[in-house]
Design a protein around this ligand. Structure first.
Ligand code: PLP
Length: 374
């Protein structure tokens, strides 16, 4: 039996999402001006309306995309192109979907200012926001540590000087209460597979103005911001998953917080020399731990051999074990950052799963330390 601790990477599809998906699998082109087209359009519109209602947005502000990565790209590049400024503000702990997009813009002449974080992984200096920019972009919550950023403050300061703000809420959607209008962001990205919807569909919330300029050109669907025939079944499944995730949110938060506290307490009491990278405020089910002297890959492989599925939290590039850019930005020394495991929990995680991983980790860390660093 496997013990799944990688909800931050992707979450199992919720039954309600599977049912909605299957129910509408045969839907035809929602652009068709005949009965079956209108029927598909009705399902798509209902999904859009429900997502809008759940997230405090207007239906016209909901744009379906092919992934969270695509939603981030459209927002960051599109807002940049829509502006006459070439200044871009971005946190140092972004997911590659945003970080690499901003680096790409930098290569094209953008002047980028990287917003620093403290040791806890939270933004520590917002003063760069007091000067106008084409776009300021920051994640709601971090995918490696779970750290929740002070985005309310960030949006307020950026808005005071007229800077559009993009929020990458891919990890937060379904896990945090989000009201797009109250938040005041210009755009906000989400991804269905993180909250129990299907993989391969994202959501971009985009105010009417300023709207991101299109990166793709085609049939004008999704306000022309993301043209292409819609996946109606995936949209319906996304709405169903989000509805359930938010209905269970408060209860899940309490349950996951207790599981994480239990796990953290056991790890600290049983393993010497552990660095806890997750600090409050944070998503409740996330725990990033570094074990100096061990290599992340060894830890993951040893855990896998025991049926525990977890991640280092950072991408491996062509087989080379690299330290996470997020942890380095937080000031974690490179050799410590390389020995990191991210344990992320969700709807099906039980106290037994936590007890099992807590019981196995001391021996796993001992063996990985024995194997040493590559
Ligand atoms: N942004 C964050 C914070 C993420 O965690 C991820 C996925 O891991 C993405 C963006 C990309 O989302 P997707 O996998 O839907 O492309």
């Amino acid at each position: 039996m496997s013990h799944y601790f990688d909800y931050a990477a992707t979450s199992p599809m919720r039954q309600v999402a599977v049912e909605a998906w299957v129910e509408h699998a045969a839907a035809l082109n929602p652009g068709g001006q005949y009965g079956s087209g209108r029927a598909a359009r009705g399902v798509l519109d209902s999904a859009r309306e429900e997502i809008a209602r759940l997230l405090g947005a207007d239906p016209v502000e909901v744009i379906f995309t092919g992934s969270g990565t695509e939603a981030d790209n459209i927002a960051v590049q599109g807002l940049y192109r829509a502006s006459s400024s070439n200044r871009v503000l971005c946190s140092t702990v972004e997911h590659p979907a945003v970080r690499e997009t901003v680096r790409h813009l930098e290569g094209q002449g953008a002047e980028v200012e990287w917003l620093p974080v403290s040791e806890s992984g939270h933004l520590r200096d917002l003063s760069a926001l007091d000067t106008p920019a084409a776009v300021a972009t920051c994640m709601y919550a971090n995918n490696e540590t779970g750290a929740i950023q002070p985005i309310g403050q960030l949006i307020k300061r950026a808005s005071a000087v007229g800077t559009p703000v993009h929020i990458d809420a891919v990890q937060a959607l379904g896990r945090c209460e989000i009201n797009f209008h109250e938040l005041g962001a210009t755009t906000l990205a989400g991804s269905a597979h993180k909250f129990g919807g299907p993989r391969g569909i994202g959501v971009l919330l985009a105010r009417r103005s300023p709207a991101p300029q299109a990166l793709l050109f085609g049939g004008g669907q999704e306000r022309g911001i993301r043209p292409g025939t819609n996946d109606v079944a995936a949209a319906a499944a996304t709405a169903a998953a989000l509805r359930e995730a938010l209905a269970q949110r408060a209860e899940e938060e309490t349950r996951l917080r207790a599981l994480r506290e239990d796990l953290q307490r056991r790890v600290i009491s049983e393993i010497e020399d552990v660095r806890v990278n997750t600090a409050e405020p944070s998503l409740p089910g996330y725990l990033s731990l570094s074990f100096p002297g061990a290599e992340g890959d060894s830890l993951i492989m040893l855990l896998d051999s025991l049926g525990i599925e977890a991640a280092t939290g950072s991408a491996c590039h062509s087989g080379v074990n690299r330290a996470s850019e997020v942890l380095l930005a937080m000031g974690v020394p490179e050799h410590e950052a390389r020995g990191t495991v991210r344990l992320s929990m969700g709807s099906a995680t039980t106290a037994e799963d936590v007890a099992y991983v807590a019981a196995q980790l001391p021996e796993v860390v001992r063996r990985a330390r024995l194997a040493g660093m590559a």
